[in-house]
Design a protein around this ligand. Structure first.
Ligand SMILES: [Ca+2]
Ligand SMILES: [Ca+2]
Ligand SMILES: [Ca+2]
Length: 384
């Protein structure tokens, strides 16, 4: 490098040249070196900042390029930046091992801004005509170009000039992030004594950005047991407990969970008749979800024996809350409780594990007893 150039470059490091900045916001236009097509002046430091609306990129094409050549373009150069990333450095008249010219290349900005810096040093070894370039805004096809999972549409993507929008499959709603599809799943209530509950869409990946609540509500006296399937897949984190998606269970004063990951929680005996399940999902990830079967047992009543000359139905080894038994007697007998006579009689197992009444006795019917002799009636009365 010539000594004078070294001195000038050093001087510029100490006293940086004043950069003239031109702001452009048009959708297309032309930029050219000063005096184009005449030779450009020395000591020029000029920058064009091109900004177009969001949803567009900028394309830059060169029609003409002729600048002083120098090793690695250290004398005069043209630099193109986008988002402070250097996209290209040009100088000279033709491509060499160390210098590049734009030729027919089209430069595309990363987003909606592009800067072009033109710089000439204190001398030109001959006449150089500079450059002329066109720029234009082009639509970003977000549906095609976006690969970042945090930006793409969850279900459907629709591109239009200057933007894009997302939509969802039937049965889903677009979340306020305008990207993910959630489900409306607030408070499904289950009142059957047993049943099955799954995450929405199971065994396909569960919806994102959703909070689903499920409530099992049985009468007092029942105790609910949950059993999760082995197929269990909720997004987790290796170090933090369930920071993204989780299932939580509440049963009165007992809480179970949060659960996530691939290890099924298995069987949970809640000991309660009301169970609330909350399933939360965040805006990313594809996980398969969960399925559980719930069953319930009631308080158990003590075994009952049929009365003499009588029967009870159904005959079971044990009886729990809500079970009924029906008592009947052999022909010629009827059930008697106090002064009352019954052909059949029902007893229920109550929530506290006690039968609703004692088992009545089977006694000979009145009509049959009237035919008997007086001593026999007396004997019966003494006996009863
Ligand atoms: Ca020069
Ligand atoms: Ca678009
Ligand atoms: Ca997730």
């Amino acid at each position: 490098m010539e000594l004078t150039r070294v001195i000038v470059i050093l001087a510029q490091c100490v006293w940086p040249l004043w950069t003239q900045v031109i702001h452009l916001t048009d959708m297309y236009g032309t930029i050219k070196s000063p005096n184009f097509p005449e030779s450009y002046p020395k000591e020029i430091d000029l920058q064009w900042n091109i900004t177009v609306p969001d949803g567009y990129q900028i394309r830059l094409y060169f029609m003409h390029f002729d600048m002083e050549p120098s090793y690695l373009c250290e004398y005069d150069y043209l630099k193109v930046y986008s988002d402070s990333e250097e996209l290209a450095v040009f100088c000279g008249k033709e491509n060499t091992d160390t210098e590049q010219v734009p030729a027919d290349n089209v430069i595309t900005s990363l987003r909606n801004v592009l800067s072009v810096a033109f710089r000439s040093d204190f001398s030109n070894e001959e006449r150089y005509s500079g450059f002329e370039a066109h720029f234009s805004a082009v639509d970003v096809d977000e549906c095609r170009d976006r690969n970042d999972e945090d930006l793409v549409c969850d279900h459907f993507c629709h591109n239009y000039i200057g933007g894009f929008y997302c939509s969802c499959r039937c049965g889903f709603l677009l979340h306020s992030d305008n990207r993910t599809c959630k489900v409306e799943c607030n408070e499904s209530v289950y009142t059957e004594r047993s049943g099955e509950i799954t995450s929405a869409d199971f065994p396909k990946p569960y919806p994102k950005s959703s909070d689903c609540t499920y409530r099992i509500e049985l009468e007092e006296g029942f105790q609910i047991t949950l059993e999760f399937d082995d197929t269990f897949d909720i997004e987790d984190h290796p170090e933090v407990t369930c920071p993204y998606d989780f299932i939580k269970i509440n049963a009165g004063d007992k809480d179970f969970g949060p659960f996530c990951g691939e290890q099924s929680p298995g069987k949970i005996q809640t000991g309660r008749n009301i169970v609330n399940i909350l399933f939360h999902s965040d805006s990313t990830g594809e996980n398969l979800g969960w399925k559980l079967t719930y069953t319930s047992t009631g308080s158990e009543c003590s075994p009952l024996a049929a009365p003499l000359n009588g029967h009870l139905e159904p005959l079971q080894s044990n009886y729990i809350f809500k079970d009924h038994i029906t008592l009947t007697c052999d022909p010629g007998y009827s059930l008697r409780q106090g002064d009352k006579e019954f052909e059949y009689y029902q007893i229920e197992c109550q929530r506290d594990g006690k039968w609703s009444s004692d088992v009545p006795l089977c006694k000979k019917k009145e009509s049959q007893r009237r035919h008997r002799s007086l001593p026999s009636i007396l004997t019966n009365q003494i006996l009863s």
